[in-house]
Structure formats: structure tokens, C-alpha cells
Write a protein that binds this ligand. Structure first.
Ligand code: BGC
Length: 801
């Protein structure tokens, strides 16, 4: 990366192309398009993909002799195609369209400009007849208008005169085939294509998704500028709408072609017929220069709301992460009914589903784009009924949120998964990760603490929080043998353990993470229920049929849930300490990369369930969610003393037994170690930082970025290193030094103040509150209570740790 605001690639490398496509995706929170070359179609090296937030379709496939149903985010028609070739004049038949893979490239450079949100490609090529052409191409997906995208391509002939033929198309003949592991699954989501033209330079294509019936329309206007008269033909086909331009070209006479595209779906607010909406929008769109100018303004405003300055390479990567977070979840997302897709809108991995990963995303957004957080929580609230239904089906009360959520909030987790190493399909029990409910509750609480949005807290927020608490209280079963409540038959965040060795059925008992977060949810629900104004409380209780007597039971469960321990360590689950030790060194020597230990062991006919070996942070997630003081208090309430030594022993235990098969793992370990073993933290922080850019999980970034880890690294600076908490109407700070990341500056939005600045340098923490209105802010730094008035800056010299 040559400067702080760009990601550049020198030279063309087909082997790297799919990764670059994911990392160079452009989007606006409403839809996104992978950074694929417009001269290519889907193939081993290329995968053009366009995805709209919340646009899913359900299909049935046959795998391992079973019928399985999957809901996927739909790969929409490809708006990128722009093919070109040089014509020699005379009788010579035209040669093939240029492809970056045809050997004609002489030079290639690709630059993603984060500040301006554009992707530029510069290339020089020589075709089989020796004609040299320089091509410069700019692409944007408009951050101001959530329906527009544009591509401007400038061609310069080097030393020859003739004709250039350009084919601009919308290609509806696309499938979901971006993830190799899903190749046995049906990927034909689109049907009912129609194409046509409106006027001399605009073609359109519309179609719909086969089961969800979402209508999708794209219109493309292609115009030649700065050229002599162009011959234009419109060739609407069955699944492709094509626009063919023939342009005179010669040295000193560069030719530019501008393609402007509008996308509408029947899910868009304020839209009747998507086809006329797309046609109208493209017709009214200005030229590329105009679109670029308004696009820059929208990005400039967004960067102002998310200011983050970290020097060096870490800062550059953080900015790239922020860029992709904002392209997936922008203020436009707040207008939609969409959740947090775990892999961004950047690829088809995990089928665009919504997991607990929002736990790593919303705390960051709360302090910058609270309206987006609120909308993402509303996505969950609209699906509360479905979660209540799921709990009832499981014989429980309250709300059981699905591990994977899509369009309507039912459980979308696959029932079988493929181990590419063995080629075998095995049952997928990850749906037993009921802890996703605690993530929703945690986000409700954090959002309300950070914003002071009591309207939400007392309305939709309270409904979710109370129903999730109720589910936990009803899931906890009293076991007289332990004199404790137990939650049995679940899976914790570590997906490698889903059953006891040799057990007939899946599920584990007393997962510490599940139980401690359940206790926390019950406490917050009790705080809320008792703090609600009486009329609101009565109305709410009546609506959800909650009897005040249930609260007594919640109180009891919140104090007596079982947290298992073994040899002075918090056990991941009951019986974890009895599992075998894995020969970590042996496996590392044999396989090198053992992140996906589950696949290695399954291929050997073994199972991780037999070992003390985790995919990712599970118990240690507690140190990610809660400050040391809050965690000790929670455990004390549950009857355990958590002193520094017990926690450090627990950290060391799992650190030595985790394979980090999820990008979330490095992040959480880095976060936790920054407070317990600072000297070891950087290794994990840097793993979290480079996870996507260096594709550390072995090829998975090409299938979509890891949004949780991207946002999590931003939050690592914002909350992890500063110890920032928003509670009791104050900002609490308890910074920890991380030598490799000791300087940072960012601003947050806090309780009506836009731009509260926090900067750390040489052990000095400065807090500034903008002059514009508002009340003074109470800040508690490492135990000192101070007040910062509007327009003032306070500096705190931190004691050395
Ligand atoms: C992780 C989960 C995560 C999911 C989606 C999995 O690999 O184990 O914790 O929710 O990816 O990102």
C-alpha cells in the first residue's frame, strides 16, 4: 500500500484475482459489486458478483442423497460487462474481445482509492495484430445515491488508426457459484428475464428471484464521449441486454465510454415498479464527472463521522477495514430491512447470512452511525415473533434467535456441511449456538447506553431483552446434584465442540460463555424491568404475557447458573477438563497450518470433540465483552471469585489450546491479552489486522471479507485499548498500552455531541468536546472523575503500568 488511503496492485495475477475482487469490492450499504474485471465472466480466476442487502432466495438441492434447503443472498445480474477489441478496417474479421488472460497485457495496475471510493485500472495491451491500446478505467458504486453505479473507460490508441468496438451489457445469466464448497448446491436463483431498450443509449434487464419473488431491475446507459460519431446498436437478448458501440480511434484522439447503471428491487422503499424506477433513475443521472463529484461529497461526509487516525501500516489496514464496513453498513442500510452479513456484501460465503458477528460490529457503529445500529437492531426486532415461535417449538418460552438468520428470521443454518479435505458431508450442529440471543441483548444494551435512546430501550429494545432473558430463564434447569441451574445441550462460540465423545446426540452442558452471558442478560433485563415507568411496564408485560412473578425466578437463575471449573481454570463446558490433550506440536509439524483442525481430524476419522482444542475464543470471549471489574462482579454474583491469577491461568490454558480457525479468534485473543499479557498481544492483533488483506484463513477472503474481524479491529482501538465504556451517563476510560499501537486519535459521537475527540500519544490521553452546544461530559479516566465542557480539551497523564 503506497499511501494511507490506497490499496494498489502492480501487475495482473490470475491466481490472486478473486482475492483482489473481494478486497476491491465497491458498495454503498445498499448493494455492492466485487472488483472483477469488466472484460471477464465467472470462471476459475474471476467471479463478478453483485449483492443487494437483504435480497435472499431459497432453493432445494440434493446432497449426500438428502434434500436440503438453503437460503442464499442472491448474486444479481452483472452490470459490469464492458468488452472491447480493435478493428483493423478493411475486410479483416474482428479478432476476439480483449481478456486480461489472453496474453496481450503489457502493463497493469489497479488502485482502490479509499478516500474517494473509486477503483481505477490502468493497462496497456498489444493485440495479436500489434495494435497497442492504453486503457484507463474508473469505477464507483455511488455512496450518495444508493441505486447508482458507474464505469468510465478511456481508450488511447498508440500509433495506429482504426476502429474500436465496445460491447456494454447487463448480464442476467448468472448463478450463485462463487464458493467452491457449495458447488453441489443449486445456485439458480434468477428467473423470468426480460430485456429491452429505452432510447438510443439505454438498455434494461429485469428478472425476479425464483422463490422469494423479489423483482430486480437494472438499466444501463452507455455513451461515448470525446469521440467522433459512434455507430450504436442495441441488442437486447433473452438474458443479456447489450449495447454495441463502434468508435473511430486514432493517436491523439482518446475515446471515452461512460456506462451508468441503476439498480432497483421490489424491496426498495418508495419504489413501485423496479423497472421504471431503474430506467427513470439512469435517465436522470448526470454524467460521470457529476456522479463522481457527488460521490466524493458523500464519502467525505462519511469519513468525517468515522475519523480514525493510526500511524503506519496498522493505520492503513484499519482504514481499509473501515472502508469495507462502511460499504456494507452505511446510512443507506438504515433505510432497509437488513442485518449484518458476516462476509459483507463481498461474496457468497455463509450465504450472506447474519450470525452473532454483529456483536463485533455494532459497538463500533454505536459511536459513529447510531442510526445504522438502530436499524440493524430493528432487523432483529422485526424477527422477534419468529424467535418466540422457535423457542415455543423447542418447548421453551421467550425468544430463541437463530444461529444463522436471513430474510424472515427462521433458522437458516445448514443441516449438513462439507469437509473439502475428506469430501464427506457431516451433520452441522452449529444451530445449537443459542448464545446468539445474548449477542442481540448485549447490542441492545450497548446501543442504548452509548446513545441514550430511551425510546428504543423502553420499546423494541425492552421487548427483545425481556424475551431473550425469559428464554434463558426457561432454558435453565435446576439440578439438585449440583444445587445449580444448568443450561444443557448447547454449543458455545467454539464450533469445534458440538457433542461429547461417543454421545448419541449433539450438544454440551454448562458452556461457561453461554451461562455467564445468560446471567448478564437476566441482570440487565431485571434492571430494565424494574426501572421502566409503571404504565410502560404494565403495557409491555401485558403485551408479551410476562407475569411479574417470573422476575423472581430470573433473579434466582442469574445468581445460581453453573459455571464449571477444572484445575483452577474456568471450563469451557462441563467435562471439558476430562478430554484428551492434543499433540499440538505433532499436528503442526505434520500439517503446518492447523487452523481448520476440525477438517484435519475428521479426514483422519477422528474428531475434535475428543480433545481440549478450540477453534476460537470461547471462555475468553468473556474478557472481550466485559471489563475486568464487570466480569469479576458477574462471577461474584454467581458465587465465584475471579481474581487476576485465576483469569491469567484461564487465559494461558486456552491460549495453548486454540487453533484460531476463525478470524474472530485473533481479534479476541489480542483484545484480552492486551490486558493480561501485553507482550504477547501484538501477535494476535496483527493476525486480526492481516486476516483479510493477507487472506490468512487460506482462501476464504476471496469468498467475502470477514466483517466481524474488520469492525472488531476498529473497536479494538476504540474500546479495547482505551477501555472505553459508556455507562451510568459517563464515559469510562481505562487505557492499556500496546507498544506497537501506542498512538491513535479518533472521534466519536456521544449523547448528542458529534466529534468528541480522544487521542493517545506518549502516555498522554487527551479528550476534547466540540464547542457546538451540548452539555459537559463526565469522564472517568483510570479512577479520576473529570468533567469536560464544550469547547474544552483535558489531558490526562496516564500512570505507567
Ligand atoms: C465462526 C463463527 C462466526 C461465523 C461467521 C465461523 O467461522 O466460528 O463464530 O459467527 O464464522 O463469521
Amino acid at each position: 500500500m503506497p499511501d494511507d488511503w490506497t490499496l494498489s496492485y502492480e501487475g495482473y495475477d490470475p491466481a490472486d484475482e478473486r482475492l483482489r475482487e473481494a478486497l476491491c469490492t465497491l458498495g454503498n450499504g445498499s448493494f455492492a459489486t466485487r472488483g472483477a474485471a469488466p472484460e471477464t465472466t465467472a470462471g476459475p480466476a474471476h467471479y463478478p458478483g453483485t449483492y443487494a442487502a437483504g435480497c435472499y432466495n431459497r432453493l432445494t438441492s440434493t446432497v449426500a442423497e438428502r434434500q436440503v434447503e438453503n437460503e442464499d443472498i442472491v448474486n444479481l445480474p452483472n452490470w459490469l460487462p464492458l468488452h472491447f477489441r480493435c478493428l483493423g478496417g478493411g475486410e479483416a474479421p474482428p479478432g476476439p474481445w480483449f481478456s486480461p488472460d489472453d496474453g496481450s497485457l503489457l502493463e497493469y495496475r489497479q488502485t482502490l482509492d479509499l478516500r474517494r471510493g473509486t477503483l481505477t485500472r490502468r493497462m496497456r495491451l498489444r493485440d495479436a495484430q500489434g495494435r497497442e491500446l492504453a486503457v484507463e478505467q474508473y469505477r464507483l458504486v455511488h455512496m450518495g445515491d444508493p441505486h447508482l453505479a458507474a464505469l468510465r473507460t478511456e481508450f488511447t490508441a498508440r500509433g495506429w488508426t482504426g476502429t474500436l468496438e465496445v460491447e456494454s451489457a447487463i448480464d442476467g445469466d448468472v448463478t450463485n457459484s462463487g464458493v467452491d464448497r457449495y458447488r453441489d448446491l443449486n445456485g439458480h436463483h434468477l428467473t423470468d428475464w426480460h430485456t429491452g431498450a429505452t432510447g438510443p443509449d439505454t438498455v434494461w434487464l429485469n428478472c425476479r428471484t425464483s422463490a422469494s419473488g423479489i423483482r430486480i431491475a437494472m438499466a444501463a446507459r452507455t455513451r461515448a464521449v470525446s469521440a467522433g460519431p459512434a455507430a450504436v446498436r442495441l441488442l437486447p437478448g433473452e438474458r443479456r441486454a447489450v449495447h454495441l458501440l463502434t468508435l473511430p480511434i486514432g493517436p491523439g484522439r482518446p475515446v471515452a465510454v461512460e456506462k451508468t447503471v441503476a439498480l432497483h428491487t421490489s424491496r426498495d422503499p418508495a419504489t413501485g415498479d423496479p423497472r421504471s424506477a431503474a430506467n427513470d433513475r439512469v435517465e436522470r443521472a448526470t454524467d460521470f464527472a457529476g456522479l463522481l463529484a457527488s460521490h466524493h461529497v458523500a464519502w467525505e461526509q462519511l469519513w468525517r463521522r468515522t475519523e480514525l487516525d493510526v500511524p503506519g501500516e496498522a493505520g492503513r489496514i484499519l482504514r481499509l477495514h473501515l472502508f469495507h464496513v462502511l460499504q456494507t453498513l452505511s446510512p443507506h442500510t438504515a433505510e432497509l430491512d437488513a442485518g449484518v452479513p458476516a462476509r459483507g456484501l463481498h461474496g457468497e460465503a455463509y450465504r450472506g447470512h447474519v450470525f452473532w458477528d454483529e456483536l463485533f460490529v455494532l459497538p463500533y457503529l454505536n459511536l459513529h452511525l447510531p442510526e445504522v445500529s438502530r436499524a440493524l437492531l430493528s432487523y432483529r426486532h422485526r424477527r422477534l415473533g419468529q424467535a418466540v415461535h422457535a423457542a415455543a417449538e423447542a418447548g421453551r418460552s421467550g425468544a430463541m434467535y437463530p444461529w444463522q438468520s436471513g430474510s424472515d428470521g427462521r433458522e437458516e443454518t445448514q443441516t449438513l456441511h462439507l469437509n473439502p479435505r475428506s469430501g464427506r458431508w457431516s451433520p452441522d450442529n452449529s444451530r445449537l449456538q443459542h448464545h446468539v440471543g445474548s449477542a442481540v441483548a448485549y447490542n441492545v444494551w450497548q446501543y442504548c447506553q452509548a446513545t441514550g435512546d430511551t425510546g428504543f430501550l423502553h420499546g423494541a429494545g425492552a421487548e427483545m431483552l425481556l424475551q431473550i432473558a425469559r428464554f434463558w430463564a426457561d432454558s435453565a434447569v435446576w439440578d439438585p446434584a449440583y444445587e445449580r441451574y444448568r443450561i444443557r445441550g448447547v454449543v458455545g462460540p467454539d464450533e469445534y465442540h458440538d457433542a461429547y465423545p461417543g454421545a448419541a446426540g449433539p450438544g454440551l452442558d454448562d458452556n461457561a460463555y453461554t451461562n455467564v452471558t445468560a446471567a448478564w442478560v437476566l441482570c440487565r433485563a431485571l434492571d430494565l424491568a424494574t426501572g421502566l415507568p409503571a404504565p410502560r411496564r404494565q403495557e409491555l408485560f401485558e403485551r408479551i404475557g410476562l407475569e411479574p412473578a417470573e422476575l423472581g425466578h430470573w433473579e434466582d437463575v442469574s445468581r445460581r447458573l453453573r459455571v464449571p471449573l477444572h484445575r483452577g481454570v474456568i471450563s469451557q463446558f462441563d467435562g471439558y477438563g476430562d478430554l484428551a490433550e492434543l499433540d499440538w506440536d505433532g499436528y503442526r509439524t505434520r500439517y503446518g497450518d492447523i487452523r481448520r483442525l476440525d477438517r484435519i481430524l475428521e479426514a483422519e476419522g477422528d474428531s475434535v470433540n475428543r480433545y481440549q482444542a478450540s477453534k476460537q475464543a470461547d471462555v475468553l470471549m468473556l474478557g472481550y465483552l466485559f471489563s475486568p471489574a464487570e466480569l469479576s462482579a458477574l462471577l461474584a454474583r454467581l458465587g465465584h471469585t475471579l481474581d487476576g491469577d485465576t483469569w491469567r491461568t484461564t487465559v494461558d490454558h486456552y491460549l495453548a489450546r486454540t487453533s484460531h480457525g476463525s478470524t474472530l479468534s485473533g481479534l479476541v485473543h489480542g483484545w484480552v491479552l492486551a490486558r493480561t499479557r501485553p507482550a504477547e498481544a501484538w501477535k494476535y492483533v496483527s493476525e486480526a489486522l492481516t486476516g483479510d488483506i493477507a487472506d490468512l484463513q487460506g482462501g476464504t477472503t476471496a469468498e467475502g471479507i470477514h466483517l466481524g474481524a474488520c469492525a472488531g479491529t476498529l473497536d479494538l482501538v476504540q474500546r479495547g485499548l482505551t477501555g472505553l465504556e459508556t455507562r451510568d451517563d459517563a464515559l469510562w476510560l481505562d487505557p492499556v498500552p500496546l507498544p506497537e499501537l501506542s498512538e491513535y486519535r479518533f472521534s466519536i459521537r456521544y449523547r448528542g455531541h458529534q466529534g468528541v475527540g480522544l487521542s493517545m500519544r506518549a502516555g498522554h490521553l487527551r479528550i476534547s468536546v466540540p464547542a457546538s452546544g451540548g452539555t459537559p461530559i463526565r469522564v472517568v479516566v483510570a479512577g479520576h472523575d473529570i468533567t469536560v465542557a464544550p469547547g474544552r480539551t483535558r489531558q490526562v497523564d496516564l500512570p505507567r503500568r
